[in-house]
Design a protein around this ligand. Structure first.
Ligand code: UT7
Length: 326
């Protein structure tokens, strides 16, 4: 059976950088608090008029360039996002239009910070089923437009960006070895954005009460994140007969440096096995793993035959892993 191999990676972040010191100017916070509690120093913020589909399209173009693949060769476009341009149509359709990928079906996957790994899983299974040969999998977000900029508990954490991979069906040892996905909807209220879905109608009072914006119970999310990220990583290793010392690069969702360090400790990973860039991008939700992957790839830090483990946790709750032989 063909494997789904990652043959190109790409990423894009908006130009504008917002540092912790910039936040100090309009928020009751400090660089010291943010850095010590989260490891975040700065994040990128989309410019006015710049939309999620724009970020996604640029990341996709870069991944396609690396893969040497034309738009008309793409069979499927999957975008993991919770901050699409519109409630509908899917951001994937807007990306398809931008790219001129006239032969591709396109749809979004909503699994919050796990969105990229959920989308990757779908792409892998289309390829394994013989239903697609070239799949563009993108994680793209503009979280800075849905956070409450009056809530210091949450707004300091997030940033904007996009990452993409081209998956291609190939024979051989390289490719995605396994994916594991989990969800538990009973935790939805610990991390969600209310509006405007069908439950909440846009009203002036609602906006004054800050109802439509992202809400999170950070402490609870923190504990569940560490446990779930560890469990689903172990599940991936055990399924494939590996141990954590076999991993060349562990690429977790970049939510908070303390979460990443606690997870790495539970998995007995050494510092040099763990890729961390949350300091420069903040939490970019579904974009964080492909953004980190592309950064590592372009820096020449990944060699053919390396074993990579992607590990994600997010609202829903959702959590997921993907083990990849490069
Ligand atoms: O992407 C997946 C989902 N998201 C996550 O994985 C995030 C998970 N949670 C976290 O990363 C952490 O819980 C936070 C970074 C959000 C918070 O860190 P914490 O160590 O759990 O802090 P805390 O919520 O217990 O807050 C401690 C104090 C509070 O003050 P009081 O009530 O003790 O006086 C907060 O009001 O820190 C205060 N605080 C701040 N102070 C300065 C909260 N945010 C800020 C801030 N600046 N930005």
């Amino acid at each position: 059976m063909k494997k789904a191999r990652i043959v190109g990676t790409g990423s894009y972040v908006p130009e504008k950088v917002l540092t912790n010191h910039d936040l100090e100017k309009f928020l009751d916070t400090s660089d010291e608090w943010i850095t010590s509690r989260t490891g975040i120093r700065e994040r990128h913020v989309a410019a006015e008029g710049e939309n999620t589909s724009d970020l996604a399209t640029e990341a996709a173009r870069r991944a396609m360039d690396m893969a040497g693949i034309g738009a008309e060769e793409i069979d499927l476009i999957l975008v993991g996002t919770i901050t699409g341009d519109f409630p509908w149509p899917a951001t994937a359709c807007l990306v398809q239009d931008n790219l001129g990928a006239c032969n591709a079906a396109a749809f979004d996957i909503s699994a919050a910070c796990s969105g990229f790994v959920f989308a990757l899983d779908a792409g892998v299974n289309y390829i394994k089923a013989g239903a697609a040969q070239n799949v563009l999998v993108i994680g793209a977000e503009i979280l800075t437009r849905v956070v409450d900029w009056e809530d210091r508990n949450t707004c300091v954490l997030f940033g904007d960006g996009a990452g993409a991979v081209v998956l291609q069906g190939q024979e051989g040892e390289s490719g995605v070895l396994s994916t594991h996905l989990h969800s538990d909807g009973s935790y939805w209220e610990l991390l969600y954005q209310a509006g405007f879905g069908t439950r909440i109608q846009p009203t002036e009072q609602g906006i004054k009460d800050r109802i439509p914006y992202l809400k999170m119970q950070g402490n609870e999310v923190f504990k569940m994140a560490v446990r779930s990220l560890s469990d689903v990583a172990v599940e991936a290793l055990e399924t494939n007969g590996f141990v954590s010392s076999d991993i060349d690069m562990f690429i977790p969702h970049q939510a908070n440096r303390r979460i990443l360090e606690a997870t790495a400790k539970r998995l007995k990973l050494k510092d040099e096995q763990v890729y961390i860039n949350v300091d420069r991008f903040g939490n970019t939700s579904g974009a964080s793993i492909p953004l980190a992957l592309d950064e590592a790839n372009r820096a020449g830090k990944i060699a053919e035959g390396d074993l990579l483990l992607f590990d994600a946790f997010g609202g829903g709750f959702t959590w997921a892993s993907a083990l990849v032989r490069w």
